[in-house]
Design a protein around this ligand. Sequence first.
Ligand SMILES: Nc1nc2c(ncn2[C@@H]2O[C@H](COP(=O)(O)OP(=O)(O)OP(=O)(O)O)[C@@H](O)[C@H]2O)c(=O)[nH]1
Ligand SMILES: [Mg+2]
Length: 411
Amino acid sequence: MQEVIQVNVYNEKENPNKSFELESLINTAGAKSVAKISQVINKVNPSYYIGSGKVEEIEDIAKKLDVKTVVFDVELSASQLRNLEEKMKLHVVDWTTLILDIFAQRANTKESKLKIKLAQLKYQLPRINKWFSYLSRQSGGIGTRGPGETMLETDKRAIIRDIRSIEEKLKNLEKTKVVNRKSREDILNISLLGYTNAGKSTILNQMLKLYGKEKYVYSDDLLFATLDTSTRRLDFSNTKVTLTDTVGFIDNLSKELNDSFLTTLEEIKFADMLLVIIDSSYDIETQLKTIDKAIDDIDVGEKKILYVFNKLDIVDDKMNILINRAKAEKIYMSARDKNDIVRLKEKIVDLIKEEYIKVIMEISYKDGKILDYIMSNYDVDNKDYNNDGIVLKLNISKKDYNKYERYIKKN
Ligand SMILES: Nc1nc2c(ncn2[C@@H]2O[C@H](COP(=O)(O)OP(=O)(O)OP(=O)(O)O)[C@@H](O)[C@H]2O)c(=O)[nH]1
Ligand SMILES: [Mg+2]
């Protein structure tokens, strides 16, 4: 296994969660962290990001432990990367490269592979340097998977051509997605979002077990287990919905990476409701901060949000969770508890019904299809049969209100 030195940089005080997170990512990338170095800085050093004394310290430790790679939990500019590599004679992997590397390793659909390759090419293009290419050929390992190895031989123009061709392919894939989305327009769409490893895929699978027929999604105790959005239909008796699983967030994503991330989250824009999943056993503050930013970036703050404080079964200090999101709709639960899954479903149904509008509808006997639809999707309060058709009293969704307005009796 490749051994690396990990470097955490803090701007206020040290945070053990951050060190743990970096170590987990290094493990996920298939390497092992053999030394942990950290520095609190109040100003970024333009040449090395960290202080030059720290750079020497890392160099010494690397020599002693015979390690060839250093991984940072921050994004480095092209010149910082070059300076650090030249000074230490070590391969330097920054935060963005590490995450992209994990994505490249784990992507398994055509779309996610293309998106990640695109992000890697764009990120690496300005950062190619002799040292980088030389080292990546020698050592392999983190930060060198994907297009890295061939960078030096490939002329920059060819890379730009590659970028264009990938963008073209992605555009075509987008067209099929629009068609898929259209087929779900009538149904209420719910999106799961949250920090990586919070339990999104597990919740979707538990819901499928009780209320769905379609196949499970992949879930594992890994950071970035999910890299593609997948949508499943659920039948909550008279309320039918789709639930969409999405790629997890992580703190400190660069602007560029964030943008490519956000395109994979486009689906959220089409949601009628968001379930924000939080791992209550982990740094809640960082999760909420990261999620708030993403919600802002995708511009979906106006949507109905239910905060799901998950993994309650492994939380010691339960009081600490209760202080978050005082005014928001929320639920405390464990995806491992079947009763909690039922409670979550009920909470979702309650929130959906809050938006319903009380109406009286008159549907003629010859519009059997519409009558069927209404009867199988709503709890009807009252039915009256008259000469022309059936008069129904019920509460319906805004979507259906607009769609079936001609059947709604207005006073
Ligand atoms: N103890 C406990 N573990 C949970 C709970 N929910 C999920 N997990 C575990 O947490 C790990 C991550 O769960 P996932 O559902 O894959 O997480 P995710 O949010 O989809 O993560 P990404 O796909 O990486 O973004 C898995 O090992 C789950 O079994 C819970 O309520 N309690
Ligand atoms: Mg997942």
